[in-house]
Ligand binder design. Structure first.
Ligand code: 4NP
Length: 155
């Protein structure tokens, strides 16, 4: 089974949005059982919290469920057991490389899957409130990620 872990800083804005969007798209394509999807934060401030209201509002408007999603902090085991570890920005990449003590081709950026070099990060909406921009990038990234997994013949 393919497995995907989305990683951001707090695990309340961007990575839970990506988790919900990817799961939704997989369900629409009848692929829900083929891909395990999860998310985690590099920080521990919001552990146990549901997604941020900005993330919840966008998902609700799109008719995408976020049921059961609760913030947790990434751990060392996550770094070995997921096939795709998909971060939102370089800061997250530096944190997971430090936690792992190595770098790995399984570690990637969500924007890598958009296929446009103008996009190199999913900016943090926590302080800006720019959740629409987050959603657009997350949506395009998840589309591209499914395309990539398909192209590799995994689903
Ligand atoms: P996220 O956003 O990494 O997309 O979940 C943030 C959430 C919380 C904080 C920073 C970013 N914070 O500083 O508490």
């Amino acid at each position: 089974m393919v497995s995907v872990l989305f990683v951001c800083l707090g695990n309340i804005c961007r990575s839970p949005m990506a988790e919900a969007v990817l799961r939704h798209k997989l369900r629409q394509q009848g692929l829900e059982e083929k891909v395990h999807v999860d998310s985690a934060g590099t920080g521990d401030w919001h552990v146990g919290a549901p997604p941020h209201h900005g993330t919840r509002a966008i998902l609700a408007r799109q008719g995408i469920s976020y049921e059961g999603i609760k913030a947790r902090q990434i751990n060392n085991e996550d770094l070995t057991r997921f096939e795709y570890i998909v971060v939102m920005e370089d800061k997250n990449m530096a944190s997971i490389e430090q936690l792992a003590g190595y770098t790995d081709k399984r570690f990637c950026r969500l924007t890598d899957f958009i296929g446009d070099p103008n996009y190199t990060k999913v900016p943090d909406p926590y302080f800006t409130g720019h959740f629409e921009e987050t959603y657009r990038l997350v949506e395009a990234g998840c589309e591209g990620l499914i395309r990539t997994i398909r192209a590799r013949g995994k689903i």
